[in-house]
Structures are given as C-alpha cells and as structure tokens.
Design a protein around this ligand. Structure first.
Ligand code: SAM
Length: 288
C-alpha cells in the first residue's frame, strides 16, 4: 500500500506513536502526484542507484525502490529506524542507514553500496534547516552523481536557478551553477505535507556537469572572489572587490577589471560565471 497518502501516513504515525520534531525539519509528503513528479525527474531505472536523505516514514523511499535498482536512505532520527525497517520490509532493494548525512563518509557509502550500478542520483525531500550545507557537501565532495532532485524551500530553489541580473542571483546561484545545470521542476503547495511547513516549496533538478561550467586555476580563489563581489549588494563591483584586495590596490583593480572587459561600476549580481572566472584568473596572474 502507498505510504504517501494522508490516510496511510496518519495510520503509521498513530500505530507507532510517532511525534514530529520540528527541529529536524520533519514534514512528510502525502501526495502521490508530487512523489511521482520527484521520482520521474530523477530518470531512474533498474540499473541505477538512488541516495535518499531523510526518508521519514518512507513515502519517497517506497517509490524509489519501485523505480531504481538500489536505494540507500540516510535518516538522522533514531526513532524512525525501526519504523522504516518494519514498513519497508518488503522492499528488498532498499537499505536504511542511521546517521547524519553531514557527518557521513559518503565516498565510502558510495563504494560500499553503489559499486555495481550504472549511475547514482540523490533524490530527497530535504530537511529545510540544512538544505544548503547538504547540497554543498554533495557538490564539493565531487561524488559521482548524475542528478540531484530535491524538494526544498521555494525561495532557495529560485536562488539556485537564478540567472545574472535579478535579485535572486547571488553566490549560491554561482556555486550551484558551477557544478550543475539547474531546472525548476514544480512548485508545491503547503497542503501536501503533514505537518504543513510555513514556507512555500519547490522541486529542483540539478544535473551534474561533466566538468565545471568555467575553467579556473584555483577554485577556492574563484569562490572567494564571488563571495566578495556579493558582500554588499548595493555597492559596485569595484568597491566590493577593493575590500577584498586592499585599498592600496584600488586603482590597479579598476585597470584589471577594464582589462577583463568588465565595467568597475557594475554590481556583482550582473556578472556571469565566465566574468567571475576572468576576474579570478586575472587576479591570480597579478599575484593577488
Ligand atoms: N522523505 C520523507 C517524506 O518526504 O515524507 C521525509 C522528509 S522530511 C522533510 C526530512 C527528513 O530528514 C526527516 O525524516 C528528518 O528526520 C530527516 N533529517 C533531518 N536532518 C537530517 C540529517 N542531517 N541527516 C539525515 N536525515 C535528516
């Protein structure tokens, strides 16, 4: 029987006497239509693996087990582990791991669990209080992922997918787009969760690039330039970057930006990834 329906979810909660922990971002999905959209976007088949973060009582895990060859679901809440093992007993290709995804050695988990699949995607209804740290961990560890399909806060999804020039575009957009091609799958009303969250939600699909969107000799430097460019959104690029390189380089910085074909009075939010990369390369050439 499907877990992700209002009736079945309420039955499970009552049967096991489960109480929700707001601090763990526990909002369970009760809509098969949304579950199908999430699973459909992940392009799974029986040769693929799926890593789920935060299975809750298994609504999405159950659907993933139907579509993928192997599913590993990492859940932090120890009260949910026996419930999940009981409910998912018949899903022989699904495994539940107790742990905090932010602390787990995911490379080791991939080696142990996904050595024999043709590709792995992360598919999850993420706990909203740790969305960005979880996604940045997945991306920065360079895990061999095909897609990341996640339900997250709508506003965060819009920031991840934003193009230069808009108010939503910032360092998160650049970081995500450096590694992935983002696509908003759908927006999701409050009513499809128990309990209902007090923010709007959206499903975003991030397709991992074979290589980063831009070529930079020093990634850490590139991301520091990006962070500095957005430090104060009302300030010009030249002013924000002066704070980064030091006041005594103010004039040299204006020259450097001109050499990069970038007007120093522009704001960080108008720059493309390629333009940030050009600045980072030029600064490194100048020994900054
Ligand atoms: N997947 C279920 C669903 O869609 O109904 C539950 C999603 S609920 C939004 C988020 C889940 O993530 C909860 O079960 C919560 O306990 C779990 N969780 C929260 N923080 C976590 C972490 N750091 N590592 C692993 N799981 C976590």
């Amino acid at each position: 029987m499907e877990i992700g329906t209002p009736r079945r979810t309420k039955e499970i909660i009552a049967k096991y006497g489960f109480s929700f922990k707001k601090s763990l971002g526990q909002n369970f999905l009760i809509d098969q239509n949304i579950l199908n959209k999430i699973v459909g976007a992940a392009e799974l088949d029986k040769t693929k693996g799926a890593l789920e973060i935060g299975p809750g009582i298994g609504a999405l895990t159950q659907r993933l087990a139907e579509e993928a060859g192997k599913v590993t679901a990492v859940e932090i809440d120890n009260r949910l582990i026996p419930i999940l093992r009981d409910i998912l007993e018949g899903e022989t290709n699904a495994e539940v791991v107790h742990g905090d995804v932010l602390k787990l050695d995911l490379k080791q988990l991939f080696a142990e669990r996904f050595a024999d699949v043709s590709g792995v995607s992360v598919v999850a209804n993420l706990p909203y209080y740790v969305t960005t740290p979880i996604l940045m961990k997945l991306l920065e560890e360079r895990l061999p992922l095909e897609h990341i399909v996640v339900m997250i806060q709508k506003e965060v999804a819009e920031r991840m997918a934003a193009k230069p020039g808009g108010k939503d575009y910032g360092s998160l957009s650049v970081a995500v787009q450096y590694y992935c091609v983002p696509q908003l799958v759908c927006t999701v009303p409050h009513t499809v969760f128990i309990p209902q969250p007090n923010v709007d939600s959206a499903v975003i699909k991030l397709t991992l690039r074979d290589k980063p969107a831009v070529d930079v000799p020093d990634e850490e430097h590139f991301f520091r330039v990006v962070q500095a460019s957005f430090a104060q959104r009302r300030k010009t690029l030249a002013n924000n970057l002066t704070a980064f390189v030091g006041k005594d380089r103010r004039e040299a910085l204006a020259e450097l930006l001109k050499r990069c074909d970038i007007d120093p009075v522009r704001r960080g939010e108008t720059l493309s990834l390629e333009e940030f990369a050009r600045i980072s390369r030029a600064m490194l050439d100048a020994g900054w």
